[in-house]
Design a protein around this ligand. Sequence first.
Ligand code: FAD
Length: 568
Amino acid sequence: RLSRTFRDNRRTATLVLLCTAVSGGGYFAYGQLAPPEVVTDRKKVVVLGTGWAATSFMKNLNSPKYEVQVVSPRNYFAFTPLLPSVTCGTVEARSIVEPVRNIFRKKKVDVQFSEAECFKIDAENKKVYCQSNANNSLDGKEEFVVDYDYLIIGVGAQVNTFNTPGVVENCHFLKEVEDAQKIRRTVIDCFERANLPEVSEEEKKRILHFAIVGGGPTGVEFAASLHDFVNEDLVHLYPGIKDLVKITLLEAGNHLLSMFDKRITAFAEDKFQRDGIDVKTGSMVVKVDEKEISTKELNNGGKITSIPYGMAVWSTGIGTRPFIKDFMSQIGQASRRALATDEWLRVEGCNNVYALGDCATINQRKVMEDIGAIFKKAEKGNSGTLTVKEFQAVMNDICERYPQVELYLKNKQMRNIADLLKEAKGDVQKESIELNIEELKTALSNVDSQMKFLPATAQVASQQGTYLAKCFNRMEKCEANPEGPLRFRGEGRHRFKPFRYKHLGQFAPLGGEQTAAQLPGDWVSIGHSSQWLWYSVYASKQVSWRTRALVVSDWARRFIFGRDSSRI
Ligand code: FAD
């Protein structure tokens, strides 16, 4: 049988050689290779950023018809969901970053990378103004201008301090890899300082008081990671001061994780109470001094309280970068909170400029127009009213068309439409009651004005990057055969289908090897099994095999040896 296999393979090999020779003969006969695809009029695409949105765009772009220039102050991609793990040494900083040149090297597309920061966009003349990261000792930072045919803005957002005095000077943030490394050093620093012999008991207590501002997913995950670090590792190393450690979580709203299902919120609050993490809801931070945080107790008549602290971490949400604000004023979007795009991710008010990820938001005006049209269709005989049942049908229609609306309602825990109606009309108990359409529309526009249509998550940013790259890959094909929906006013079809976000669920790690998972279809799972799901999802989502191997080995190292507490 072996010799038959050998003979068969030999026959195949001979055939391959013959074919090669024949085709090679053809090549030599004609004196040249079959010409590779030569693209003469390549369009210049400039990509700003190397975060989730921009990297996912670059990973999926495969048409040789573009010449791409990427500009970002970071020459690496950072896996942000693991930043809280870096703060306590569960995972090392270098394990969650991948040099972007490694990612671009494998592409067929011509890509150039410049480590620089864009500081101005001139959409009229199609130019971006950049400043190199490196300090040139003679002339300061080097500036240069890049022309583009298409501009992709994926610069993310910056921390929002809500102009609270003292935050920038005294608080740590958790946005970048450097922030996480700084937090790790400061935590150890606090323990070492508190352990010095001359420090009074009261001062030790202050130094070992860790205050976290913001009860969203990042604040909660950091509080949980810090609690684990202290209780699993540091208490053994600093036995004399272990009882003085305190972790406080300050949240202005009435609950933690308000964007998650109520069951998760309740579990998290109970668990933190059991763990001894002091959760202060209804506490709005109004000022941060070097050693004290002042809070306004919203549920206690606005009383101002001072809390001494050793280290504070500010994690209350995101705001727009200054140069994006300037750009927004330039294109008539000054009153907005983020760059408004249409459903094809094109920035409104300029040509060939796209924005995705945390710096952008899909314009809701268009959505509201559509919602108005759906109501109009449902309205019978101009009566101006709908029954609850009809209203539910309208809402189903809206949610089907705009998954973002559905997601928002879910996130706000308005799983029951009646909750929304309560907002609209006070209290609606009976099915047969007739609802005033105008009031309903007002209620919906209230919902609309409160929401940023899509959550600012890596999931959204990365899906947008993939969507846009696929549009760019098929640009020519879709110019010839548009596949999008019909435009208003009979202008034919859009080239592409609009962007549709697919929500794949979200996690909230709560410490002690327990995680809360909220998956599509309102499926909630909390506990140790979800922690294993979290490990597998985050390992599988790594951008390269290198980082995947590093992250998994860090987890294994932590299981075996514990976390490293050296202050380096
Ligand atoms: P970013 O990823 O922030 O990237 C922005 C890029 O723009 C960076 O490369 C930056 O260097 C670059 N840039 C900045 N300024 C300029 C400039 N002037 N010129 C050029 N380039 C510039 N999301 C989830 O879905 N799941 C999670 O578990 C999760 N956990 C998180 C945990 C933490 C601690 C944090 C901070 C965020 C977390 N997120 C999570 C949110 C997620 O990280 C963001 O939504 C996502 O990073 C947004 O992607 P982006 O590409 O818009 O911005």
